[in-house]
Design a protein around this ligand. Structure first.
Ligand SMILES: Cc1cc2nc3c(=O)[nH]c(=O)nc-3n(C[C@H](O)[C@H](O)[C@H](O)COP(=O)(O)O)c2cc1C
Length: 400
C-alpha cells in the first residue's frame, strides 16, 4: 500500500493555463487511495470547470470563502485542519504575490495561512513572468517561510515561448506529495545550514576571504534533506551545485550571512554553522578601487571584528539546536570545548585544519564531536559519508 493511502490532500487550483493538468493529478491521487478536496480560485474556474474536479475527486469543490453555508461550521478552518498536505497546482504569479504578502483575501490564501500542514507550490506561468524580479523576490520569501516549491520545468509554453515556467507533470507532483509522507529522522523539521567562505570587501574589486570550498556544508544540506528535513542553505561564494530540494540563500559577507541566518531561523529546529566566516573585515570598504601609489609606502588596512554568527543565533533562538564547527591548528579538543561553552551551543564539530589531507578543500574529513556529554571521534570519511554520520548524531541530541 502506498504512502498516500488515506492521506488527506487538498489540491488548490489557481487561474493558469496549466489548470487542465490538475484534473489528471486529482485522478492519480484518487488512484493512490488519497482523500482529495479541491479548492479553486475564481480565476481557476475560467480555465476548468468545478464539475470536472467534483467528478474526479468525489467531493464538492470549495470555491468561496465568504460562503454562509460552509462557514456555519467554520468551513475554512476545518478544511485547514483536515489537510495532511496542501498543493497549489498551478500556482499563478498572482497567488505567489498574495502569499508572499500574507494576504487572506480568498479561500485558497486563507487556507494557506490557517493550515499547519506542509504547503507545496507548483508554479506555472509564462517564462518572462517567472523570471521577473517581483516573482523571484516572492519566491525567495515563500521558500524561506517553508513553502515547498516544486518546479517549474523548462520547455515549450502554451503562449509559444520557450523557457522556465511549465508546471511539473502530474506524475511528478504526485511523487512530491508522496515524499511528504516519507519517514525520515528529520521529517517535518526545518534545518538551516551556513556554508562556504565569506568575502569581506576591501574595495569594489578586492576582498579578504579564505580557502573554504563549502563541500562540508553542501553535503550536510543533502544529508539533512535525505532525512526529510526542509533545508535552507545560506552560502558564501562556492563552485558547488546546490543539492536538489534545498533552498539556497546566496550571500557574500559575514554581515549578510548573519542577516540571512536571522531571517531563515524563524521556526528552525536546527542551525548548523559550517561556514568559514571571516573573523575580521576592513573597517571601511573603499568606494573606489584603491590605487597603487608609491612603492615605499605600504598599504595599511584597518580591520574590525565581524559579528559572531553562531553565538548570536544561539542567543536569539534558544529553542533551536545549534551546532558549530571549530577548525583548529592546535589543541583541537580544548578549543572546541571552550567554544561549546562560550557560544552556549549543543555540539561543536572539531577538525584539525593543520593536516592537509583533511578539512578545508579536501574531499575527506576526520572530525571529533564535542558535546556537554563528552568527545566522540569519528574515522576519516568522505564528506558525504561524514555528513550522514553527523546528521545521525545531530538527530540524537536531546531537544531543548
Ligand atoms: C489565457 C490566460 C492564461 C493565463 N495563464 C497564466 C499562467 O499560466 N500563470 C499565471 O501566473 N497567470 C496566468 N494568467 C493570469 C492569471 O489568470 C491572472 O493573474 C489571475 O488574476 C490569476 O488569479 P488567481 O491567481 O487568483 O487564480 C493567465 C491569464 C489568461 C487570460
Amino acid at each position: 500500500m502506498g504512502r498516500l493511502f488515506n492521506k488527506h490532500i487538498i489540491v488548490a487550483i489557481s487561474g493558469g493555463i496549466a489548470a487542465y493538468k490538475s484534473a489528471e493529478l486529482v485522478r492519480l491521487l484518487k488512484k493512490s487511495g488519497a482523500q482529495v478536496q479541491v479548492v479553486m480560485t475564481s480565476g481557476a474556474t475560467e480555465f476548468i470547470t468545478p464539475l470536472t474536479l467534483q467528478a474526479l475527486s468525489g467531493n464538492a469543490v470549495h470555491q468561496h470563502l465568504l460562503n454562509p453555508e460552509a462557514e456555519a461550521g467554520m468551513g475554512h478552518i476545518q478544511l485547514a485542519r483536515w489537510a495532511d498536505a496542501l498543493l497549489i497546482a498551478p500556482t499563478t504569479a498572482n497567488v505567489m504575490a498574495r502569499l508572499a504578502q500574507g494576504q487572506a483575501d480568498d479561500l485558497l490564501t486563507t487556507l494557506c495561512l490557517a493550515t499547519q500542514a506542509p504547503v507545496l507550490l507548483a508554479p506555472a506561468m509564462n517564462q518572462a513572468m517567472w523570471t521577473d524580479s517581483a516573482t523571484q523576490a516572492n519566491l525567495q520569501i515563500l521558500a524561506q517561510r517553508g513553502y515547498q516549491v516544486c518546479g517549474p520545468a523548462e520547455g515549450e509554453q502554451a503562449c509559444g515561448d520557450v523557457g522556465a515556467g511549465r508546471m511539473l507533470e502530474p506524475s511528478q507532483l504526485l511523487h512530491a506529495l508522496d515524499k511528504q509522507f516519507e519517514q525520515g529522522l528529520l521529517n517535518g523539521k526545518k534545518v538551516v545550514i551556513t556554508a562556504g567562505p565569506t568575502r569581506e570587501a576591501i574595495d569594489p574589486v578586492r576582498y579578504i576571504s579564505n580557502h573554504s570550498s563549502g563541500k562540508m556544508g553542501y553535503a550536510l544540506a543533502a544529508a539533512a534533506r535525505d532525512q526529510g528535513a526542509q533545508v535552507i542553505l545560506i552560502s558564501g561564494p562556492t563552485h558547488i551545485a546546490v543539492p536538489t530540494d534545498v533552498t539556497l540563500v546566496a550571500v557574500e559577507s559575514a554581515q549578510q550571512m548573519l542577516a540571512a541566518s536571522l531571517e531563515a531561523c524563524l521556526g528552525a529546529d536546527y542551525f548548523i554553522a559550517s561556514a568559514a566566516v571571516s573573523d575580521y573585515r576592513p573597517a571601511q570598504a573603499a568606494e573606489q578601487k584603491l590605487k597603487k601609489y608609491n612603492a615605499d609606502h605600504g598599504l595599511n588596512i584597518a580591520l574590525i571584528q565581524n559579528p559572531d554568527i553562531l553565538a548570536t543565533m544561539a542567543q536569539t533562538f534558544p529553542n533551536t539546536t545549534h551546532i558549530g564547527f571549530a577548525a583548529e591548528t592546535q589543541q583541537l579538543i580544548t578549543h572546541a570545548q571552550t567554544k561549546l561553552k562560550a557560544k552556549a551551543v549543543q555540539m561543536i564539530i572539531a577538525n584539525d585544519v593543520s593536516d592537509p589531507s583533511i578539512g578545508f578543500n579536501s574531499d575527506d574529513n576526520r572530525v571529533s564531536l564535542v558535546t556537554a556529554d563528552g568527545v566522540d571521534e569519528l574515522p576519516l570519511l568522505s564528506k558525504p559519508a561524514l555528513a550522514r554520520r553527523l546528521i545521525d548524531a545531530i538527530c540524537k541530541l536531546s531537544p531543548h
